[in-house]
Design a binder for this molecule. Structure first.
Ligand SMILES: Nc1ncnc2c1ncn2[C@@H]1O[C@H](COP(=O)(O)OP(=O)(O)OP(=O)(O)O)[C@@H](O)[C@H]1O
Ligand SMILES: [Mg+2]
Length: 413
């Protein structure tokens, strides 16, 4: 019988020792360059081992700066130490990206503390007060100190307001046999502005900011993970440095660096190469950029797509550094083809700024002296992405505008 098709790529052929280690969901046993952050958390949470209430904390930092990894690492250590000392300490982590209503947050925490034989809080249907009462009952029944980690907490507040944070930060007033503290994690530095002043002051008693990693720090993170996850001698000289340098440009994102290294190794495997070289890193970088930009273009609104298309049409016509007016003229034509009423030129100016923020175009303001100021607009979509193809596939409403023929004027003078 023929071999199973999955057997073709056997473990011994793989360049990975343990692919899992390079995955960003993996919690490593050491976190280089986060000593200060770990120490700050430990200083606060050690109170739980002494039966005291740790302060509530807010952790901030750019994506991939290690907030979730550090919090999980410290939590695991806290639980282990609590077990050794015979102290009742509990940690519950809620990912507020997926659990984003007051009811569901309280229910998830309550259910994580459910005792044997007790029915769970249903997914929906109880009055919220009853869920809160059950949560307190469960906390008191277990006793000790409960650490509640709310990861991506800004999503929760954006979606459901700060009522749930008010309820959670009030728990200590109603608990009889236990205590709790809240750790909120966010990558939005302006998060406290979203909160009622009272909630903000209760929650942010201690702030901890995670600075982005620099290239040398990412190199250390990657080296440690590569040692565990990739077979020896597989990486050409300079591969880790290259992945680190590329990711340091992306606000020092360790997640991105790990993805880049993992995909580079996969590209080498795909090539049946025994070594990972610079070309594999380039291919991996292209794939990451493609995966990152394609959904951004696909989910633009119809008018945003038409504005982007107008910039691209001007460029196809040989014009670069176009002004808002030049984009607007073409945009009006695209709207006519798409059967849409054009927005005002002021609105289009705003849309250009949005496209700039999304890194699809650059819009530089230049001074024309006495004649005021003007924009110089250029597209900046990497070569491996075909924005027109992406827009066509994503949105039928812009199809007639993209497929139409245009007679465009070149710039006068
Ligand atoms: N110092 C470090 N040492 C080893 N791995 C790290 C370190 N910092 C981050 N990582 C790894 O990088 C990835 C991203 O880190 P993490 O998920 O903690 O980022 P985050 O700050 O929570 O980002 P986000 O705001 O996007 O949630 C994870 O796989 C994590 O294990
Ligand atoms: Mg995180």
């Amino acid at each position: 019988m023929k071999e199973n098709i999955f057997e073709e790529l056997r473990d011994e052929d793989s360049l990975f020792k343990n692919r899992e280690v390079l995955h960003h969901g993996f919690t490593p046993s050491a976190l280089p360059h986060r000593e200060r952050e770990i120490k700050t958390l430990v200083h606060n949470l050690v109170e739980a081992l002494q039966g005291q209430i740790p302060s509530n904390m807010l952790l901030y930092g750019q994506p991939g700066s290690g907030k979730t990894a550090v919090t999980r690492f410290v939590s695991q250590q806290l639980l282990a130490r609590g077990a050794v000392l015979g102290r009742s300490v509990h940690v519950v982590e809620v990912n507020c990206c997926t659990v984003d209503t007051k009811y569901r947050v309280l229910a998830q925490i309550g259910n994580s503390l459910t005792r044997k034989g007790q029915s769970a809080i249903p997914f929906t249907g109880w009055p919220t007060d009853k869920v809160l009462e059950r949560l307190k009952e469960n906390m008191d029944a277990l006793g000790g100190v409960h650490v509640i980690v709310l990861d991506e907490v800004d999503h929760l507040v954006q979606k459901s307001g700060d009522g749930v944070l008010y309820a959670l930060t009030s728990l200590n007033y109603g608990l009889r046999n236990s205590r709790c503290c809240i750790i909120g994690i966010t990558n939005d530095l302006l998060f406290p502005d979203m909160l009622d002043a009272r909630v903000a002051s209760r929650l942010g008693s201690e702030d901890l900011v995670f600075a982005p990693y620099n290239a040398a720090q990412i190199e250390d993170v990657l080296s440690a993970r590569a040692k565990e996850g990739i077979k020896e001698g597989v990486l050409d000289d300079g591969i880790i440095e290259l992945c680190a340098a590329l990711s340091a440009q992306e606000h020092g994102d360790a997640r991105r660096a790990l993805d880049l290294l993992r995909i580079s190794v996969q590209k080498a495997e795909h090539d049946d190469s025994e070594k990972v070289n610079v070309q594999h890193v380039r291919l991996a970088q292209n794939q990451l950029e493609f995966d990152q930009i394609t959904p951004v273009i696909a989910t633009l609104t119809a008018h945003q797509k038409l504005v982007l298309y107008s910039v691209l049409l001007n460029e196809r016509n040989g014009l670069s550094n176009v002004s808002t007016g030049e984009v607007y003229t073409v945009y009006q034509m695209t709207c006519a083809h798409a059967g849409l009423s054009p927005l005002t030129s002021r609105r289009v100016s705003d849309l250009i700024l949005i496209l700039d923020t999304l890194n699809l175009v650059t819009a530089k303001t230049i001074s024309l002296g006495r004649e005021g100021r003007s924009k110089r607009i250029n597209s900046c979509i990497p070569d491996m992405v075909d924005p027109i193809k992406v827009m066509l596939e994503a949105d039928d409403s812009v199809k007639p505008a993209i497929e139409a023929q245009y007679k465009l004027q070149s710039r006068l003078g």
